[in-house]
Write a protein that binds this ligand. Structure first.
Ligand SMILES: Nc1nc2c(c(=O)[nH]1)N[C@H]1C(S)=C(S)[C@@H](COP(=O)(O)O)O[C@H]1N2
Ligand SMILES: [Mo]
Length: 361
């Protein structure tokens, strides 16, 4: 494996495999996250890919299986899509404060980033292979390997074929106008806007059309949502909700918990993100535990596939304050008050009201 590039601007949560997230203030400094600040979520080592021999295989329920070189892929019409990726484990730390979640990364609230991706629409590659009528799901396989329960295998997952045929789902080879960096899946990754980050498979080597979702560990077992009463010892893996679209979420990035601020006018800033292409309709902030709410101002820019940055001016009297935020999406869905209401033993999809504690003096 090549030496990892230094990631001085990211907070490393795990060295090997590399997992890192930016500082909250840096995260929302711009609508588009610079590549060197984009969070990194890896389950195995970053693979070394030989660009000469690289092939993308398309097989399974297709009339014309394909094996495409990077040159072949460049002959398809190109597209660019703005999309925010968020790990399903984002904000796990707050769930861990409710009850321990062993063996999972303690993400703070910055396992999310927004970029402009370029490549070819996945639908074009699928249509070129002629899907059979019984195909319902597209399975992705990466070149990286990981180990679970004594087995070594490649990272994978799937999305419904109906989602895969949307124009905004890409096979991306560029990120913010630069070649895709190795940590983000070079030479080719899937970008599935509106879905949990895990479905945007990096170092893509294979697309398989199937009647059923992928049986890869990361689709069949991990990234499922179970009731709070279910634990690792009594889990029936087949019963959990397979995570696809993410729930509406919002976070305060500035000020940060523990900050001491001058009393008076403070501008609270953060991000809000809806799943499944829904838009952010409104963001609210509260300083009285959710008794009353003030509407934040949404910054310009974005679509249902990206986050919205927002800000709200607050007047803070001297003393301790807890500042809360919550968002509503275009389907009028909003966030639960407490992480305990959404706790699950794998620690996914925490979208409780976000809270920061500050002192104004
Ligand atoms: N091949 C492969 N693809 C992968 C992963 C991985 O470990 N291997 N991690 C997934 C997860 S869980 C997330 S959240 C996103 C993160 O993308 P990023 O590292 O570019 O931020 O990649 C996804 N794609
Ligand atoms: Mo993830």
């Amino acid at each position: 494996m090549p030496p990892l590039e230094p990631q001085p601007r990211l907070r490393v949560r795990q060295e090997s495999p590399l997992n890192a997230e930016p500082e909250p203030g840096a995260l929302i400094a711009s609508f588009r996250t610079p590549n060197e600040l984009f969070f990194i979520r890896n389950h195995g080592d970053i693979p070394t890919v030989d660009l000469e021999t690289y092939r993308l295989t398309i097989d399974g329920l297709v009339e014309s299986p394909l094996s495409l070189s990077l040159g072949d892929l460049r002959r398809f019409a190109q597209a660019t899509v703005g999309a925010t990726l968020q790990c399903a484990g984002n904000r796990r730390r707050e769930l861990i404060e409710v009850s321990p979640i062993p063996n999972e990364l303690p993400w703070s609230s910055e396992a999310i980033s927004n970029a402009e991706w370029s490549g070819i629409p996945l639908r074009q590659a699928l249509l070129a292979a002629n899907p059979r009528p019984e195909a319902r799901h597209v399975a992705f396989l990466g070149l990286d390997e990981t180990e679970r329960h004594g087995h070594r295998f490649q990272f994978g997952g799937s999305i419904p074929l109906e989602k895969a045929m949307h124009q905004q789902v890409l096979l991306a080879d560029a990120m913010n106008g630069e070649p895709l960096p190795p940590a983000h899946g070079a030479p080719l990754r899937v970008v599935v806007p509106g879905y949990i980050g895990a479905r945007s498979v990096k170092w893509l080597s294979r697309l398989t059309l199937r009647e059923t979702p992928s049986d890869n560990y990361f689709q069949a077992k991990a990234y499922r949502l179970f009731p709070a009463a279910v634990g690792p010892d009594d889990v029936d893996w087949d019963t959990g909700l397979m995570l696809g679209e993410a729930p509406v979420n919002s976070v305060i990035c500035s000020p940060a918990s523990g900050d001491r601020l001058p009393a008076g006018r403070v501008t609270v800033r953060g991000w809000a993100m809806a799943g499944g292409g829904r838009e952010i309709a409104r963001v609210d902030v509260s300083t009285d535990g959710g008794g009353t709410w003030q509407t934040a101002e949404l910054e310009a820019g974005g679509s249902g596939w990206t986050w919205r940055l927002w800000q709200a001016p607050l007047d803070l009297a001297p003393g301790e304050h807890e500042i809360l935020c919550r968002a509503f999406d275009s389907a009028a869905q909003t966030q639960p008050a407490h992480p305990s209401q959404v706790w699950n033993f794998k620690g996914y999809a925490n979208n409780a009201w976000h809270r920061v504690r500050v002192v104004a003096a």
